[in-house]
Write a protein that binds this ligand. Sequence first.
Ligand code: ATP
Ligand code: GLN
Length: 147
Amino acid sequence: AVRAQSAAAAGYQPESEFYKVEAILRPWRVPYVSSGLLQMGIRGVTVSDVRGFGAQGGSTERHEGSEFAEDTFIDKVKMEIVVSKDQVEAVVDKIIEKARTGEIGDGKIFLIPVSDVIRIRTGERGERAERMAGGLADKLSSAMPIS
Ligand code: ATP
Ligand code: GLN
């Protein structure tokens, strides 16, 4: 199976407590990806319908005096998942596992540092706002042997 190559030894740059994992996916793969993420304890996900242009989409042809033709864009889904730094690689690998067909057009993943997370309902910030009840962090800590 394909996994992400290991991140640069220095870690993510710029250094941040949280990252947004932004994945551009084939629409029909989204249910596989979201159920895989849910299974591993990811609870917060935002998706949008987008259209894009990449190796798969569109000809390299330029249209005289105009922008790329409208029909060269291909329907994609953008999935955004904000997680703590230590959860990024697991999320990336899960997305690859569930989204990959091996054909051109499988999509891309961007990692974006996030300065802060604020829960509107409570005003909580940082880790308190990012953690979700029953989420991955809870799962991992409840799996820890009692010492
Ligand atoms: P709370 O009860 O904690 O105040 P809420 O109902 O206001 O929660 P959530 O349901 O946690 O908010 O999230 C609202 C929306 O925010 C979700 O539907 C999702 O689109 C987005 N979201 C929440 N957490 C994340 C996250 N970690 N990454 C990406 N999107 C998220
Ligand atoms: N990192 C959070 C937690 O473990 C979950 C974040 C998310 O679901 N996007 O609770």
